[in-house]
Write a protein that binds this ligand. Structure first.
Ligand code: GDP
Length: 384
């Protein structure tokens, strides 16, 4: 709220609306929330958080200009965050390299390598493949030097993570059936607590940094704080949030209004946050199915991003399977990689779902979201 007040003050008061607007501001200063302009008559009583960018042109002197955040450039983020990945105490890094630095690798050493990969959640199938390939190359090419073995390991790990996968996010506006442009709609799904709302907020910053116009949809209507959390993220970069003022409102109605608002305002991208209650599969299917159906009436879905907490291991993989079945996931966001020694989950989850990891979360900071890159990632795991 304070943000909104600051923003209104910052842009000044247009002469014609001096009395009305000033009264609203005074009321707000005294703690009364002025009514937001009705943005929608939709069934979810959806309101939009007034964005800085849509405010009237300033005529009066500017007071207390609130600075919008300037998100960090996206290029090179993963490299910058590499240290954090390395510091997560990854056994893939420290432990693998400890074994590989031995002069002659015995059977016990190979077993230790295999165990290390399994502990890092690489998964039994990919682990077996990697060890076989590594052993073969070490034998056939007569590699002895630890540094050379490390180089082969790096190559094999990169191959497992698969640099050929298309990890680009589809965020270009699309042309609707009527020939008019529509925003790209990105639906973000996953179990609560995995970092969905945070990811939507971080992603909005990435898109703003790249020059896109963005609208956020707070369709997680089951957690009262979720919409506030999302609106705060948006306000920091001048992005509008479409939300319901009613807890428990129909998430599909909020998603619909967000997409419609994006269409009406000519936004490039609409990011829709959803609730991820651990309900039964049928319930989840109903809820996400309804959301995707109503969105499709306004614009096609460009991406369905599944947010997974990298620290949850096999549990996370089980969740992933259910979401992939019900939601047609097109990309994975792996969060909390900064706090885990289980980076191998990247390999396991891609294998399991046949869908690429597109983004990774490496911290709670606003710019700690990076596009995934196979080589940078493996270098981060192995350390410099
Ligand atoms: P949601 O319920 O799925 O929307 O989850 P939230 O976005 O509210 O995030 C849950 C918690 O995870 C919050 O405390 C976030 O700050 C934290 N979180 C999200 N992403 C990351 C990440 O990449 N690294 C770390 N360390 N924490 C994260």
């Amino acid at each position: 709220m304070n943000h909104t007040l600051d923003l209104l003050l910052a842009v000044g008061l247009p002469t014609l609306a001096v009395l009305g607007t000033a009264a609203a501001l005074v009321a707000r200063r005294r703690g009364k929330a002025p009514e937001l302009p009705p943005e929608s008559t939709g069934p979810a009583d959806v309101v939009t958080e007034a964005p800085a960018v849509d405010a009237p042109v300033p005529e009066a002197p500017i007071a207390e200009a609130p600075a919008l955040d300037v998100p960090e450039p996206v290029i090179g983020r993963l490299a910058r965050l590499r240290g954090r990945l390395a510091r997560s105490g990854s056994p893939l890094g420290a432990r693998l390299l400890a074994v590989l630095s031995r002069d002659h690798l015995t059977d016990d050493d190979w077993d230790e390598l295999e165990e290390t990969l399994l502990l890092a959640d690489v998964g039994p199938g990919p682990t077996g493949e990697l060890i076989d390939a590594l052993r073969r190359r070490v034998r056939v090419e007569g590699i002895r030097e630890p540094a050379a073995v490390r180089a082969v390991l790096r190559e094999q790990l990169i191959a497992l993570v698969d640099p050929a996968l298309d990890r680009s996010l589809v965020t270009a506006p699309v042309i609707g059936a009527d020939g008019a442009p529509r925003p790209a709609v990105v639906l973000v799904v996953g179990v609560n607590g995995t970092g969905k709302t945070t990811t939507v907020g971080k992603l909005a910053r990435v898109l703003v940094a790249e020059g896109h116009t963005v609208v956020l949809g707070a369709a997680d209507t089951f957690r009262a704080a979720a919409a506030d959390q999302l609106a705060t993220w948006g306000a920091r970069v001048g992005v509008r949030t479409v939300r319901s003022d009613r807890e428990g409102a129909d998430p599909a109605a909020v998603a619909f209004d967000a997409v419609r608002s994006g269409c009406e305002t000519g936004a490039d991208v609409v990011l829709v946050d959803t609730a991820g209650r651990l309900q039964n599969k049928a319930g989840l299917m109903d809820e996400l199915g309804k959301i995707t159906r109503v969105i499709a009436r306004e614009a096609p879905l460009s991406e369905v991003l599944l947010v997974l907490d990298a620290t949850t291991g096999q549990n996370g993989l089980n969740q992933a399977r259910v979401f992939a079945e019900v939601a047609g996931v097109t990309g994975i966001v792996l969060t909390k990689l900064d706090g885990t020694a289980k980076g191998g989950i990247v390999v396991a989850v891609q294998r399991e779902l046949g869908v690429p990891v597109k983004l990774i979360g490496l911290g709670e900071g606003p710019d700690d979201l990076a596009p995934f890159d196979a080589e940078d990632f493996v270098d981060g795991l192995l350390g410099d």
